[in-house]
Design a protein. Structure first.
Length: 68
């Protein structure tokens, strides 16, 4: 989806964002986005490390109950 935007499209998006939020709010908006991404990455790393430490047991087939 984002592959077809190109440079002119990105410039247009940046201009619209600048008009909507104004130059004084852009650093604050950037910091908020950065904090959100940082927290998301930390949560994802924590989740992955928990699953590596405690993998779920595999479902074992009950071989004793064979159909007749």
């Amino acid at each position: 989806m984002l592959q077809n935007i190109g440079i002119p499209g990105l410039i247009m998006i940046l201009v619209v964002i600048l008009i909507l939020f104004g130059p004084s709010k852009l650093p604050e908006l950037g910091r908020a986005v950065g904090r959100t991404l940082h927290e998301f990455k930390a949560s994802a790393r924590e989740l992955v490390s928990e699953t590596k430490e405690n993998p779920e047991p595999k479902a074992e087939k009950d071989l004793s109950a064979k159909p007749s």
